[in-house]
Design a protein around this ligand. Structure first.
Ligand code: DGY
Length: 334
């Protein structure tokens, strides 16, 4: 960890455009290199950046893999990877640990925005919002009809949340206001007072929960343990009227199995804000009914992105001052 006071400003490389005020503040505080074109870095550019800076600020669009950390070790400078985003599954933690690079993220400030987006998908898919909007825009709407655009009711249905961290709990709070009953699967059971407040039922057995609920919302992080957590076998356990909502990470769902389950009518629909190979979208998803697709925009609010930038700056500043950054995910000097 660096000592503070007379040290030169740290060399910081940011891989994507950030909100203007965040970039301006970074330029005041750091010797910063911004990406004014916003073109995602190639693997070579990322490796070069890791060689040339003290602090790298990547986003979910960067694969910060072993080659990047090998380049960092060659350069001998990189000590902190201050991720702009909460998910860190695009960063190779083993390689970071070996290279003694600390990792920070931006938790807490995108919880409500992401939970709102989950709720929007829970409403959009069964109530056919995207289809209705398309119909109106295409000039094909013939007026109200008793049997037109029928969808399925939300109130009284069961929601199964996978991953009851900050975002999962914020989804639960919203869902209760819409009359859904809340069920959840998590590595650890919540304390009784939190469970009581959310009126949430814990399922230790994910398979058993999947077979019982009408909506499944994925809100856990993507880790080796949750990769393809929802696979063909688990789609087979779900009810035919079930909807799957994913605003976490695409890789938690086996997208091929999802397409097959939807095409075969094994489940009723899906609301997806994230995909397995972003920005590539499996063309089958574009043609399937009962599917709402969004471009990874769960945290996309002006307020949220500004707050994420402020967290990145705070993490870097605290590190520069020789202290443990508040949002440490991996301690590079442990
Ligand atoms: C997050 O913060 O993880 C968002 O998905 C964007 O990276």
């Amino acid at each position: 960890m660096p000592a503070s006071a007379s040290r030169p400003r740290p060399r910081v490389i940011v891989t994507r455009r950030l909100p203007h005020a965040v970039e301006t503040r970074m330029a005041e505080l750091f010797d910063v290199e911004l990406n004014l074109t916003d073109t995602p870095f190639t693997a070579q550019q990322l490796a070069q950046a890791a060689r040339d800076c003290d602090v790298l600020v990547p986003t979910v669009t960067d694969h910060v893999d072993a080659a990047v950390f090998a380049a960092a070790a060659e350069g001998g400078r990189l000590k902190l990877c201050a991720n702009f985003g909460v998910g860190v599954d695009h960063i190779d933690m083993h390689a970071a640990r070996a290279a003694k690079v600390a990792i920070t993220n931006t938790p807490g400030v995108l919880t409500d925005d992401t939970a709102d987006m989950v709720m929007a998908l829970i409403l959009s898919v069964p109530r056919r919002l995207a289809e209705g909007e398309k119909l109106v825009r295409a000039g094909e709407w013939q007026g109200w009809s008793p049997t037109g655009m029928l969808g399925h009711r939300i109130t009284g249905k069961r929601l199964g949340i996978i991953g009851m961290g900050r975002i999962g709990r914020a989804v639960a709070t919203r869902a209760r206001a819409f009359g859904l009953t809340v069920h959840y699967h998590n590595r650890h059971r919540l304390p009784p007072e939190v469970e009581g407040e959310l009126e949430a039922t814990f399922w230790a057995d994910l398979d058993a929960m999947l077979a019982r609920v009408d909506f499944i919302s994925i809100n856990c992080p993507h880790t080796p343990e949750t990769h393809h957590l929802i696979d063909a076998r688990r789609f087979g356990l779900m009810q035919r009227n079930a909807y799957v909502i994913n605003a976490a990470r695409g890789e938690i769902l086996d997208e091929n199995a999802l397409c097959e389950a939807l095409a075969a009518g094994r489940i009723a629909g899906a609301g997806l804000d994230v995909f397995e190979r972003e920005p590539f979208i499996d063309p089958r998803l574009l043609d399937l009914p009962g599917v709402v697709l969004l471009p990874h925009m769960g945290s996309a609010t002006f307020e949220g992105r500004q707050a994420m930038g402020e967290k990145v700056i705070a993490n870097i500043r605290v590190w520069v001052d020789g202290h443990r950054p508040p949002d440490i995910v991996l301690d590079g000097w442990a």
